[in-house]
Write a protein of this length. Structure first.
Length: 253
């Protein structure tokens, strides 16, 4: 994994630039759909690069650099709602310490495992204390041939933390990363002034759904609707794009 910075990529130049053509749709369509399709075809120039499709094209030599972690929380000291503590108990313990009105009243009260054990009236060793894991990071995926770089953000959970019941911290981290996902903002750096680059908002059906992305020496923030399209496409094809997970796991080692 190369370690060159975003800025150094911004000043690099390459000449071997493949093209990505827009394929024809030969399936029967209604008059309204045909009108929208014609609008889109007229808007797209030949060899237009469609951002979401290019990012998931396995024939393009995508590379990843500057994969980093901006936030990492892994602790057993954070409070958890009492109901989660109680649900984690063995059934035998639940039978000997059934729920009472007093315990039910505490169900939505955050507390540590030690406090929950005291409330139930059991030894703290009988109550597992989960690891609270939250990791946020970013990476840049880029193609020298396309002169295109995309900065993405990833995390193990959309919640404040992910609770994982394991004995070892390392196992908790491993389990947390099994569910990593892309989220948040998407930034584009495009230096190729020979081929047009666009993002298409598939939720809209007119030519207005097409967002041209001009060549620039600086990163451009992708509008939220288009960022969601890119993230959804990456998530759908993630298992066939191993370079993302490989870079993340390597960074965490």
């Amino acid at each position: 994994m190369t370690t060159q910075s975003d800025d150094s990529y911004a000043h690099s130049t390459v000449n071997d630039t493949p093209s990505i053509s827009v394929s024809d749709d030969t399936a029967p369509v209604s008059d309204a759909e045909q009108t929208n399709a014609n609008d889109n075809v007229q808007t797209l120039a030949p060899n237009t690069i469609i951002l979401a499709d290019a990012l998931t094209d396995k024939t393009i030599a995508w590379r990843i650099h500057n994969c980093k972690i901006s936030k990492k929380t892994i602790t057993q000291d954070l409070p958890l709602l009492f109901l989660y503590h109680y649900d984690s108990l063995d059934e035998a313990i639940k039978q000997t310490h059934p729920l009472t009105p007093a315990l039910l009243a505490q169900f939505n009260t955050p507390m540590t495992a030690q406090a929950a054990a005291k409330l139930i009236g059991i030894d703290a060793a009988l109550l597992a204390s989960p690891w609270h894991v939250k990791i946020i990071g970013s990476l840049v995926v880029f193609s020298e041939a396309l002169q295109l770089a995309v900065r993405l953000h990833w995390t193990n959970t959309g919640k404040e933390t992910q609770q994982i019941y394991t004995k070892d911290e390392a196992d908790a981290l491993t389990n947390a990363l099994k569910e990593w996902q892309f989220f948040g903002r998407v930034d584009i750096l495009y230096k190729n002034n020979k081929l047009p680059l666009v993002s298409i908002d598939e939720q809209r059906t007119s030519a207005k759904s097409i967002l041209p992305l001009d060549a620039s020496s600086d990163y451009q923030l992708l509008p939220a609707a288009h960022a969601l399209i890119v993230i959804a496409k990456l998530e759908a094809d993630k298992t066939t794009l191993p370079w993302f997970e490989n870079a993340i796991l390597e960074r965490l080692e």
